[in-house]
Design a protein around this ligand. Structure first.
Ligand code: ATP
Ligand code: MG
Length: 419
């Protein structure tokens, strides 16, 4: 127990850290280019934020949340997703008073109690963006474009963008009636979850993963065939905007998304290389969410992207993330005086912005070189007591093995020139 992390969690080890830093940097960069500013919200919120913001009928709220009562008797939940907290922060900090639209991005851990498998963890990470304040479908297209451009900068090519419209309050309630009429006879043979969804959110039945439900519901009425004229216009406008940006898509009427608050645009970006958990990015519009959480009527649209699934996609597409250099210089010492000199030199090098290290274990010279090799040091500076008398050190290029003598006083300048 003590030496094993909880089921569904994974350590991100030093050897993999560069991949995380690389995609995070790329994500920040694309957000900057699209005019999205960063926001960080706490790891936990009042449970009510997610009950209201994600929706009582969702899998997340019904079975996946890490909830507990804190010592002060508050109902608290670890973030299962990023949107509801950002909306809460938007209201609390009155960001609706800023120039609209307000465009935000986040990088956050998320927690969901699910069955762990490849690409599905209990503690995972998401990139996300949200754009608040406009119903213009151009922004829906922009949100999708940001995700697609991000994938392009990472050189991921064979992704599939699927879009749908899940309608607005008005046409959804009309559609729900049609749906319920269709479902009524079939209800007894559907799974328990779907029986539950029937009253509360029948559209979610389309999303059921159970094979028996799927078989029963092959010709289930689809929202897209019942959307109102306004939703239809908006969907057409979204498609036009995507085409203007050369973004290819397919319309997939079965996308309903897991969260209750979606209206109109819903989309998923699929990577067929990463197995069953193929959705790398999912998002959509949530025009009623702000009011649901007690804020002023403000439309919004955004996406969440699983970072673990993104890294899996990169790996399965054989896309190499450039590995940064581990270390510029390692100082090898022979003798007591040289050790003191090494401490001085190391400090100077680091002040100059050079990445440098030295031995702390009284290793033999051979072992020091071995360590430097393991750490991929580009250069070694060898300081020996005898040479030190003459004010000289040896500089070794570890890749080609070339060695030159350099005056101690000049070594920092010499290294700066070479690096
Ligand atoms: P799924 O259908 O795979 O369960 P979801 O609809 O629950 O996904 P969202 O809530 O939209 O997913 O989250 C956005 C993205 O976060 C997903 O597309 C996925 O890449 C990632 N994600 C969701 N749940 C997990 C998880 N348990 N482990 C790792 N990544 C996840
Ligand atoms: Mg899920």
């Amino acid at each position: 127990m003590l030496t094993k992390s909880p089921r569904g969690t994974k350590d991100i080890l030093p050897e993999d850290m560069y991949k995380w830093l690389y995609v995070e940097e790329a994500f920040r960069d694309i957000c900057y280019k699209f005019g999205y500013k960063g926001i960080r919200t706490p790891i936990f919120e009042h449970t009510e934020v997610f009950k209201r913001g994600v929706g009582e009928t969702t899998d997340i709220v019904q079975k996946e949340m890490y909830s507990f009562e804190d010592n002060g008797g508050r109902e608290i939940t670890l973030k299962p997703e990023g949107t509801a907290p950002v909306v809460r922060a938007f209201i609390e900090n009155k960001l609706y008073a800023d120039a609209q639209p307000v465009k935000l991005y986040y990088i956050t851990p998320c927690f969901r109690y699910e069955r762990p498998q490849a690409g599905r963890l209990r503690a995972f990470h998401q990139f996300g963006i949200e754009a608040f304040g406009t119903i213009n479908p151009g922004i829906d297209a922009e949100v999708i474009a940001l995700a697609m451009n991000f994938f392009r900068t990472l050189k991921i090519k064979n992704l599939e963008l699927r879009i749908n419209s899940v309608g607005c309050k008005k046409c959804r309630s009309e559609y729900n009636k049609i749906l319920k009429t269709y479902l009524k006879d079939k209800l007894p043979s559907l799974c328990n979850t779907c029986q539950d969804r029937f009253e509360r959110n029948p559209m979610r039945i389309i999303d059921c993963k159970s094979e028996t439900c799927k078989e029963q519901l092959t010709n289930i009425p689809l929202m897209i065939d019942h959307i109102c004229d306004q939703c239809k216009d908006d969907f057409e406008s979204l498609k036009e905007n995507l085409s203007l940006m050369d973004i290819k898509y397919t319309v997939d009427p079965t996308i309903v998304r897991g969260l209750d608050y979606y209206t109109k645009t819903a989309f998923e970006i699929i990577s067929n290389e990463i197995g069953a958990q193929a959705t790398v990015c999912g998002g959509g519009r949530y025009d009623g969410l702000m009011e649901e959480l007690g804020g002023p009527e403000t439309p919004g649209i955004g996406f969440g992207m699983g970072i673990e699934r993104l890294l899996l996609t990169l790996k399965n597409n054989n896309i190499e993330i450039p590995k940064p250099k581990d270390m510029d210089v390692f100082i090898v010492t022979i003798g007591d005086k040289s050790k003191k000199e090494a401490t001085k030199l190391l400090s100077k090098l680091r002040v100059e912005g050079i990445s440098a290290d030295k031995d702390y274990m009284d290793k033999s010279i051979k072992a020091q070189f071995k360590y430097a090799n393991k750490k991929n040091a580009e250069y070694c500076v060898v300081i020996g007591d005898d040479e030190l008398e003459k004010g000289i050190v040896t500089l070794k290029n570890m890749e080609i093995g070339e060695q030159v003598e350099v005056e101690l006083d000049n070594i920092v300048t010499e290294l700066k020139n070479r690096l």
